[in-house]
Design a protein around this ligand. Structure first.
Ligand code: FAD
Length: 371
């Protein structure tokens, strides 16, 4: 049996960030991951995740703005290109309630934004042609993160600060013992940990099965297309663009092409049995949407992959202490919009472990709010 001060269970976006911040705070910390690090079976893989401050609630705008300098710090420390600030363009029909709600919230925040007409958008981004009866909002201090690189940068920086990483080790059971997490049984042996952070993504409800967390896992897919025109070459030609009526969104050229996806909730699934067959109807709808948005181009489908959202009933996150075991911290239920915050969430979880409190307003994310 290995004795460890602190164990992080699951090394996707949230676990890798937590490991990094704990190691930076000079904690002796071990991270456990059931697959190889950077794998494609969870929720954090791929070339891009939107980094936006345009939100339905100023709390998320405030948290996103606070996260940006942390990404820039990690980018500098790792020497990796992690964040691309190409801006975020949201648009919706004249009476789109979701768009209106987000616009009201951004007006109440301190974030920089610009309201644009469809004509303004085409002036600024000649490739884009929004529907005539639409309104748009551009936030310049936004863009996208290179997802897999962010995870790997957190892990390699954590290791430089002394963290240990165990890959291909599955946690099979946690035997809680009062305040302490007790014994963590894994596929290669047991660990006795003083403190445990559970960041198991779509497996969170399984790992903490006694809590009966109301989490729903859905199957989501992302599609890469390549434009025929030579003009769309790099991340600066386009912002990240999101249609608040269809819930389709897309990115500039990055990695294998232009990534587009549907933010609507897919079929409910379980992470161990997910069907990864590519949905041809979604592919066709996204291709049609892309063609209408950028009528000067044609787009060839290139590749697609499958990912999962882990949703709470209110789509707010779960961050905080286990209600019965104070030395167990949980970060889960990121409801399809957590990646951008992951380095801040790692910091918050590390503060809860080391300092037993955090200055960040996390009351709304309490685990027992659904009891
Ligand atoms: C298609 C798609 C698009 C998205 N777009 C955006 C976006 O644009 N912007 C944004 O901010 N967010 C976005 N998100 C959401 C964001 O990617 C997720 O919120 C985030 O990646 C969740 O990270 P996680 O660490 O909680 O989960 P995961 O990445 O799934 O990590 C959990 C890890 O725990 C490991 N694990 C689980 N159980 C065990 C066990 N028993 N033993 C050992 N290891 C275990 C898993 O193998 C996994 O590696 C998107 C998500 C998807 C699927």
């Amino acid at each position: 049996m290995d004795d460890v001060d602190c164990l992080v269970l699951g090394l996707g976006a949230m676990g890798s960030a937590t490991l990094y911040h704990l190691a930076r705070m000079k904690q002796s910390v071990v991270g456990i991951e059931q697959f190889e690090t950077g794998h494609g079976f969870g929720s954090s893989h791929g070339h891009s995740r939107a980094f936006r401050v345009f939100y339905h609630d100023p709390l998320y705008t405030e948290l996103a703005e606070a996260t940006l300098p942390l990404w820039q710090e990690l980018q500098e420390a790792s020497g990796e290109s992690l964040i691309h600030l190409c801006g975020f363009l949201a648009y919706g029909g004249i009476e789109s309630p979701l768009f209106e709600q987000n616009l009201t919230a951004i007006r109440r925040s301190r974030a920089e934004f610009e309201q644009l007409t469809p004509e303004d958008v085409t002036m600024q981004f000649p490739a884009l042609q929004l529907p005539k009866q639409s309104m748009a909002c551009f936030t310049p201090r936004a863009g996208f993160l290179d997802a897999s690189r962010c995870v790997m940068a957190h892990l390699s920086e954590a290791q430089k600060f002394g963290a240990a990483v165990h890959e291909q080790v599955r946690v099979e059971n946690i035997e809680f013992a009062g305040d302490r997490p007790g014994v963590v049984r894994t596929s290669v042996g047991d660990f006795r940990a003083d403190r445990l952070v559970v960041t198991a993504g779509p497996w969170t409800a399984d790992v903490l099965n006694k809590l009966r967390l109301p989490l729903t896992v859905t199957r989501q897919q992302k599609f890469y297309f390549r434009p025929d025109g030579p003009l769309l070459q790099g991340p600066t030609d386009l912002p990240v663009y999101a249609d608040y009526d269809t819930r389709f969104y897309g990115f500039p050229m990055h990695g294998p092409g232009i990534k587009v996806a549907d933010d609507s909730r897919g079929d409910t699934t379980h992470p161990d049995h997910i069907d990864r067959t590519i949905q041809q109807t979604t592919r066709q709808s996204l291709n049609k949407w892309l063609k209408a948005l950028m009528p000067k181009y044609s787009f060839q489908f290139h590749e697609a992959s499958t990912c999962m959202y882990t949703e709470t009933p209110d789509q707010d996150f779960l961050i905080g202490r286990h209600p019965h075991h104070p030395n167990v911290l949980v970060g889960g239920g990121f409801s399809g919009h957590g990646f951008k915050f992951s380095t801040l969430i790692g910091l918050i979880l590390a503060q809860l472990v080391v300092e037993e409190s955090t200055p960040w307003p996390i009351e709304r994310f309490a685990l027992d709010r659904f009891d």
